[in-house]
Design a protein around this ligand. Structure first.
Ligand SMILES: Cc1cc2nc3c(=O)[nH]c(=O)nc-3n(C[C@H](O)[C@H](O)[C@H](O)COP(=O)(O)O)c2cc1C
Length: 210
């Protein structure tokens, strides 16, 4: 079987991590670089990434995650925090960054800036929240795949109380919201889930070629 598929079949949503095995800082940085290289709509990256390693914070987060053990046993808990709302500043900051990195003048970016502003700033807050949260989920997918490529285990998690996460991590004050979580570590040999066959629709059921 193709090596890419081997890795993707090896990956599973880890239920039990081995807390005695820690993902190295070097590998963590590779994962975070990969996260930062993720594509986003217009390139705006309307999110921030929190990496929680602190044991006390993990205990608090576990209590806000229906007591799921992955939160305390994984090496790191990565919280992808979207911007639930935003204004022109987010777009202006991005334009400034393009000017700096690519050496393009403000005048030459004016059209792009206006395109983003006219399509995004008029959205209702609920829609802005959904849109930025969607962008954060692209990071989630990328991280899971890259981690699998590195034979690092992950568990994507939506089973947590967002309001409590926002409070524990002080996200609301920073204009952020916990969108989705990824526990990162190494699987426990005792986690039976790793042996379960994958449950997926057949390609015939889910893919249409036109
Ligand atoms: C966005 C998202 C949220 C999830 N939330 C949880 C969770 O809170 N706890 C958990 O144990 N698994 C969670 N899962 C794991 C899924 O149940 C799992 O990915 C799915 O059953 C497919 O199995 P596999 O990933 O092992 O192939 C989540 C998966 C995704 C993509």
């Amino acid at each position: 079987m193709d090596k890419v598929l081997d890795k993707l079949n090896w990956r599973y949503a880890t239920k039990k991590f081995d807390s005695s095995k820690k993902v190295s800082k070097k590998n963590l940085e590779i994962l975070l670089d990969a996260a930062n290289l993720t594509a986003s709509s217009y390139g705006l990256q309307p999110y921030e990434i929190y990496v929680i390693e602190d044991a006390d914070k993990k205990v608090k987060l576990r209590a806000a995650s229906y007591d799921q053990s992955q939160i305390t046993d994984a090496s790191y808990v990565i919280v992808l925090a979207n911007k639930p709302t935003f204004d022109a500043t987010m777009i202006d900051d991005y334009i400034d960054n393009i000017m700096k990195i690519r050496g393009i003048s403000k005048e030459n970016l004016e059209g792009f800036s206006q395109t983003m502003k006219s399509s995004l700033l008029g959205l209702p807050d609920a829609h802005k929240n959904t849109w930025t949260s969607n962008q954060a989920y692209i990071v989630l997918g990328n991280l899971m795949t890259i981690a699998a490529e590195m034979e690092i285990d992950t568990c994507p998690m939506e089973g947590f109380d967002k309001a409590k996460y926002n409070e524990i991590l002080g996200l609301t004050d920073k204009g952020l919201n916990a969108a989705v979580v990824l526990a990162v570590g190494y699987r426990s040999a005792e986690d039976d889930t790793q042996n379960y066959p994958k449950v997926r629709y057949s390609k015939e059921q889910i893919i249409t070629h036109i």
